[in-house]
Write a protein that binds this ligand. Structure first.
Ligand code: ADE
Length: 240
């Protein structure tokens, strides 16, 4: 998987992604990160990439030309037209199923805006997907792009150590993850649930599923409703 990131702050991307599992995945070659500095593509003699908005208003806008040329340089290296994700609070809200869909691509381009935004004309020309990471406003698209890359990358084979760990976790099948415990067996007078020490795998699985269901119902009633609807649908499919 290759992540191309069009940004005015390539170091922020390089640095932010260079830890822990993402760093290991890049070293192992499962992941390639290509931060592209939009400023390198300006034709302005003062290296300017922004200007005032027509019609007036607060702040500056990123100009179309450097963004477009940076994108074209990336596109020229791709075997097909890549999906171009523009990070914006106006986009579709990111979730785990979108992450799964993006993880099936071989290359993705993230376009990070800064200042008050980007000239609409270049967005019309190159963007295929508009994505928000939630209903709040950040100062730029770099953090949202990193949130998305982290989420997508861990779904790619070879990124996590244990292939199972991306399956058996929160949001798999619309359920939150069950509670987990490690040593010691007793801490602050609290015991690890006995079933987990029993070695009885079927009982452990059953207990975990029950806890997942209970947690989802209590903490995320919206998600629990989806879970119920989907299990009802699966059941009626089986009966047919
Ligand atoms: N840029 C600024 N705020 C954002 C958000 N919530 N999601 C994605 N991109 C953004």
């Amino acid at each position: 998987m290759v992540f191309h990131v069009l940004t005015l702050f390539p170091e922020m991307i390089r640095e932010g992604m260079n830890y822990s599992i993402m760093k290991r995945a890049m070293e192992a070659g499962a992941l390639h990160l290509n931060p592209v500095n939009i400023r390198d593509y300006t034709i302005d003699k003062h290296n300017k990439v922004d200007d005032y908005p027509y019609g007036g208003g607060a702040g500056m806008l990123m100009q179309a030309q450097p963004v477009y040329d940076a994108y074209k340089a990336v596109e020229a290296t791709c075997s097909k037209r890549p999906r171009v994700i523009f990070l914006t609070p106006q986009g579709k809200t990111f979730n785990q199923s979108m992450a799964r869909e993006f993880a099936a691509e071989e290359e993705l381009v993230f376009l990070c805006g800064h200042y008050e935004g980007i000239d609409e004309r270049v967005l019309e020309e190159i963007v295929t997907d508009e994505v928000s990471i939630g209903d709040y406003v950040l100062t730029g698209g770099e953090l949202p792009a990193m949130v998305m890359m982290d989420t997508i990358a861990r779904l790619i084979p070879g990124v996590l150590n244990n292939e199972d760990s991306a399956q058996d976790e929160s949001f798999a099948g619309n359920l939150l993850e069950y509670p987990q415990y490690t040593r010691p067996e007793v801490w602050m007078d609290k015991l690890v649930p006995a079933v987990l020490l029993s070695g009885h795998h079927a009982n452990i699985e059953k207990w975990r599923l029950e806890k997942s269901i209970e947690r989802t119902r209590n903490k995320r009633p919206d998600l629990y409703q989806k879970y119920e609807e989907e299990t009802a649908r699966d059941r009626s499919k089986k009966l047919k």
